[in-house]
Design a protein around this ligand. Structure first.
Ligand SMILES: NC(=O)c1ccc[n+]([C@@H]2O[C@H](COP(=O)([O-])OP(=O)(O)OC[C@H]3O[C@@H](n4cnc5c(N)ncnc54)[C@H](OP(=O)(O)O)[C@@H]3O)[C@@H](O)[C@H]2O)c1
Length: 257
């Protein structure tokens, strides 16, 4: 299997959880080789094989080469998890096109680059699973997280359509929509994050859903219900309810890019 964004947070915890559950060959991708190595070591300590590959998911060729390396050693990838992601505010009135583009390219294009790299092998074999770590933030356009929401909504829409297109081809498409998780991604947040979860618990939930080939894995339940309710509200009610979120504070120095 291959997982992007494995050097930290949810990706790291999920790689370790899957190793604990007996997934034998795990290719770990992210930009920072030095941060991947300790994760690879821990995977090996759990009895699995690990390959740490420094790779920027914004670069389609780099992702293709990384997957080719893993396939050359281990054969076709059976499970691919598009987890690499970044998130920070991109307010419309202080807009940075560079920030917006970087986020779409990492979160959305990065997922497509992984699909492009693994799909030929999976389709030829008529078996495989593709998992996208999206977010509850993709279920509505959230002020303070506009491009982040857009990137996650794009992931959800693409995954949903592709899931149906792939019916009968032996490939499971699994969308994961977490709420707040205590990882470096949210260290910048200076507001209360309701129902904040720990990466290890999140990894267990995701691994359960992967192993049962779920279509959608969404948690925690109260946040899921909140977002699903917000989706049903008419625009003028939604606007009034979430307007204060535009003013939520973050520590710009801690925003990881
Ligand atoms: N934390 C939350 O509350 C939360 C909630 C919902 C969804 N999510 C999603 O969960 C996923 C993982 O986030 P996290 O919370 O675990 O954050 P994190 O701890 O900051 O981890 C992000 C990972 O993505 C990698 N990454 C970032 N840009 C990359 C690039 N261009 N190429 C390759 N790897 C890249 C980082 O590694 P390098 O720096 O080494 O490249 C790191 O391993 C993201 O997609 C995020 O949107 C998080």
């Amino acid at each position: 299997m291959v997982i992007t964004g494995a050097s930290s947070g949810i990706g790291e915890a999920l790689a370790l959880e899957l190793a604990r559950r007996g997934w034998e060959r795990i290719a770990l991708l992210s930009r920072r080789a030095d941060a991947l190595e300790p994760v690879a070591r821990e995977v090996r300590e759990r009895g699995s094989k690990a390959m740490a590959i420094a790779c920027d998911v914004r670069d389609a060729r780099a992702v293709r080469d990384a997957v080719a390396r893993a396939e050359a050693e281990w054969g076709t990838i059976d499970l691919a998890i598009a987890n690499a992601g970044i998130g920070y505010p991109t307010p419309a009135h202080r807009f940075s096109l560079d920030d917006a583009t970087a986020m779409m390219r990492t979160n959305f294009d990065g997922m497509l680059h992984l699909w492009a790299a693994v799909s030929t092998g999976m389709l030829a074999r008529g078996d495989g699973q593709f998992v996208a770590i999206a977010s509850l933030a993709g279920l509505r356009g959230l002020p303070g997280s506009s491009i982040y929401s857009a990137s996650k909504a794009a992931m959800q829409a693409w995954m949903e359509a592709s899931r149906v297109e792939l019916t009968g081809k032996g490939i499971a498409m699994t969308i994961v929509n977490p709420g707040f998780v205590a990882t470096p991604l949210v260290e910048k947040n200076r507001f209360r994050m309701p129902f904040l979860m720990q990466p290890r618990d999140v990894a267990r939930r995701i691994a359960d859903g992967i192993e049962s080939r779920s279509r959608v894995i969404e948690f925690p339940l109260p946040m899921s219900l909140l977002m699903r309710t917000l989706r049903l509200l008419p625009a003028f009610v939604f606007d009034r309810l979430v307007r204060p979120w535009s003013r939520r504070k973050i520590d710009a120095d801690r925003a990881r890019k």
